[in-house]
Design a protein around this ligand. Structure first.
Ligand code: FEO
Length: 450
C-alpha cells in the first residue's frame, strides 16, 4: 500500500522511514529512526529525484508505481551515490529502462562501481547546466564533499525549490509529517539535525560554506533534503544553523564536560567542576564518554564554546573511550574551542600530556590552563583547584579577565601528606618519630600539603 505526501501540486514525496535499524551508516545510533526521501515530479516529463536505502525499498517501489499512475518514468536525477540513496537505483533502472539518468561524470563512475552496469540512457550535466521538463526548469550545481565528492544539487527555478541532497538533512523518521513547520523543530529536532550534520558532513565545513555561498545567489522558497523534513517556511533558521556549523562557530557560550572515569575519582572531579560552573551561571552539559555514543558528544562539542576533557590514565595512555572521542573530534576537524583538561593516574598520570598532544594538532584550539592532576581521587584541598579552574572557564565564557584572588592564610590546607600512600596528617607540625598509620613509612616520607 502506498504512503505518499504531496510537497506541491505536482511534486510528491515517495520515500520511506526506517525504524528497525538501530544504526545509521553502521555507526550512528538513530533511536528516532531515519527517513530516506525520494521525490517524484509529474510535469510534462516525469522526474524521480534519487532513490532510497534498501531498508525502505518495498515502501518506495509501492509509492513510485502508485505516484506514476501508469506513466513512464522520463528522468532520474541522481544527486548522490551513497547507497542510503542509491542502493535501489539499479532496481529502478531495471523496472524503468526507459528512464534517462541525469547526473555528472563522477556520479556516472559511481553508478558503474556500485551497480556494475552502464545505464542505458544518460544525460551528463555540468555545473550550471539546465533541463526543462515542461513547466519546470532545473539547474544543476555541484556540491563536492557535501558529503561525497560526486554530490550535486538541483534548483527548480519555476517553484524555487532546492533539492539539496544530504545538506539540511537530519536523523529521525518522519512520523507522518513532511514539513519542518509541522513540528517544533527547535525543541524536538534540532539536536538530531546537529548530530546528523556534525557527524556526517562536519568534517567538510569549507565545502558546505561553498554550497551556502552558491545557494545565496538563488531565490530559494523550499528545500527538499534527502533526510528529514522539507523546509518551506523560516528557511533562514536552518540556513543560519548551517552557516554556524560550517564555520565551526559555537551556538552556546558554555562548557561541555566530557569525562572518562573507571572508579569514580575523575567523575567526582568533573561533577564538582560542573557544580562550580553552574553556580557561576555558566551553561554546562556533561557526558560520561564510556556510556554515551561519541556521536552525541561530538555534536555538543560543535555546540559549546568551551570543552573540558577529563580522563583517567590507562595502560600508560588515555582511557580508550576518551581517546576514541578525541580522535573522532579531530577527524571531524572541529576548531576554535577553548579547552581545559583534568587527568587522573594513581602512579603515573599521563592522560593530560597525551590529550594535549591530540588537541594541539587541531586548528585554533586553545588550552586554557595546565591540567588539573588527580592521583586516584581528589586530595584534601584539591577542590580549590577545581574552583580555580571553574573561575578561569567562567571568565573565558563571559569574555572577562580572571581576577586572581590571593588565598586567605586560613584557607590554605595545613598538614603533611605521605608520598607513598597519600595519607594526610592534619597539623601545623609533623613529629619526627611519626609513622604513617597506613603504610608504616617514617616522617621523612611526608611532605607539606601544597
Ligand atoms: Fe544520506 Fe551521504 O548519504
Amino acid at each position: 500500500m502506498h504512503c505518499i505526501r504531496h510537497v506541491t501540486e505536482d511534486l510528491i514525496w515517495i520515500g520511506g522511514n526506517d525504524r528497525q535499524h538501530p544504526l545509521f551508516e553502521s555507526t550512528h545510533p538513530v533511536p528516532r529512526g531515519m527517513s530516506f526521501n525520494s521525490y517524484l515530479l509529474l510535469d510534462e516529463k516525469t522526474v524521480l529525484f534519487d532513490t532510497v536505502d534498501r531498508a525502505v525499498q518495498t515502501q518506495f517501489f509501492e509509492n513510485l508505481e502508485y505516484a506514476l499512475g501508469g506513466r513512464k518514468l522520463d528522468y532520474i536525477f541522481v544527486h548522490h551515490m551513497e547507497p542510503d540513496h542509491a542502493a535501489t537505483l539499479g532496481d529502478v533502472m531495471l523496472r524503468h529502462p526507459e528512464a534517462t539518468i541525469v547526473c555528472n561524470g563522477k556520479i556516472l563512475n559511481m553508478i558503474r562501481q556500485f551497480h556494475c552496469t552502464d545505464p542505458k540512457e544518460v544525460h551528463l550535466v555540468n555545473e550550471g547546466d539546465s533541463i526543462t521538463t515542461g513547466r519546470h526548469t532545473f539547474t544543476f550545481v555541484n556540491a563536492p564533499m557535501v558529503h561525497w565528492p560526486e554530490v550535486m544539487v538541483s534548483y527548480d527555478s519555476t517553484d524555487k525549490i532546492l533539492f539539496s541532497a544530504d545538506a539540511f538533512g537530519t536523523f529521525g523518521a518522519l512520523n507522518g509529517v513532511l514539513f519542518a513547520d509541522e513540528v517544533n523543530f527547535d525543541r524536538d529536532w534540532l539536536d538530531d539535525a546537529r548530530r546528523y550534520y556534525t557527524n556526517i558532513v562536519g568534517k567538510y565545513g569549507p565545502q558546505v560554506q561553498a554550497l551556502l555561498k552558491k545557494a545565496a545567489g538563488l531565490d530559494i522558497q523550499m528545500i527538499c533534503p534527502l533526510h528529514g523534513p522539507v523546509w518551506r517556511k523560516d528557511l533562514g533558521y536552518i540556513v543560519d544553523k548551517y552557516a554556524k556549523w560550517a564555520a565551526y562557530e559555537p551556538e552556546v557560550q558554555g562548557v561541555l564536560i566530557a569525562f572518562a572515569s573507571v572508579y569514580g575519582g575523575t567523575e567526582t572531579a568533573a561533577n564538582i567542576l560542573a557544580c562550580r560552573l553552574a553556580e557561576m551561571g555558566i551553561p554546562v552539559e556533561m557526558y560520561d564518554v564510556s556510556v554515551t555514543h561519541y556521536s552525541y558528544v561530538l555534536s555538543d562539542a560543535f555546540k559549546y564554546s568551551h570543552i573540558v576533557f577529563a580522563s583517567t590514565t590507562y595502560n600508560n595512555g588515555i582511557f580508550v573511550s576518551m581517546e576514541n572521542l578525541l580522535h573522532d573530534i579531530a577527524h571531524h576537524a572541529l576548531r576554535g574551542r577553548k579547552v581545559a583538561l583534568i587527568q587522573n593516574g594513581s602512579w603515573a598520570p599521563a592522560s593530560g600530556k597525551l590529550m594535549t598532544e591530540i588537541i594541539s594538532g587541531m586548528k585554533g584550539m586553545e588550552i586554557l590552563e595546565a591540567p588539573v592532576t588527580l592521583k586516584s581521587t581528589l586530595a584534601p584541598g584539591q577542590d580549590a583547584e577545581l574552583e580555580a579552574l571553574a573561575k578561569v572557564l567562567a571568565a573565558s565564557v563571559k569574555g572577562e579577565e580572571v581576577v586572581e584572588e590571593a588565598p586567605a592564610p586560613q584557607d590554605k590546607p595545613k598538614g603533611f601528606v605521605c608520598k607513598i600512600c597519600g595519607f594526610v596528617y592534619e597539623s601545623d607540625t609533623l613529629p619526627d618519630d611519626f609513622i604513617c598509620p597506613i603504610c608504616r613509612r617514617p616522617a621523612s616520607d611526608f611532605e607539606p600539603l601544597a
